[in-house]
Design a binder for this molecule. Structure first.
Ligand code: CU
Length: 119
């Protein structure tokens, strides 16, 4: 009986404490990228982050920009970055797969950037 009680206690403790540790491990840092006003540029254009980190883009320009991954260029087949950014718009994305994510503005092709997710 004592064995069963201690076993039950152990299993219960594991269920209570394990999620706390795993949630802590997945928390990432937030990084900001700005679409500069009247410049057709991103600041910073390139950035290296860690797995689980989030990028927050803000459009401080007076015109619309469409941010998009360059098709077939990232570590996954998914289009990781895509947002129609009206003036003042904010867009966030969390990166879970390491690799390089080149992206550009679909309207102004000279606006390019790159997110590198380190292993
Ligand atoms: Cu643009």
């Amino acid at each position: 009986m004592r064995k069963i009680v201690s076993l039950l206690f152990g299993v219960t403790a594991a269920f209570i404490f394990l999620p706390l540790f795993s949630v802590q491990g997945e928390e990432g840092t937030a990084h900001e990228i700005t679409i500069i006003r009247n410049a057709f540029k991103l600041n910073p254009p390139e950035i290296t982050i860690k797995i689980g980190d989030t990028i927050k883009w803000t459009n401080t320009d007076e015109r619309k920009h469409n941010l998009a991954s360059i098709p077939g260029s990232g570590p996954t087949d998914e289009l990781e970055i895509f947002s129609v950014m009206e003036p003042g718009a904010v867009y966030s994305h969390t990166f879970q797969t390491p690799g390089e994510y080149p992206y550009f503005c679909f309207i102004h092709n000279q606006m390019t950037g790159k997110i590198t997710v380190a292993k």
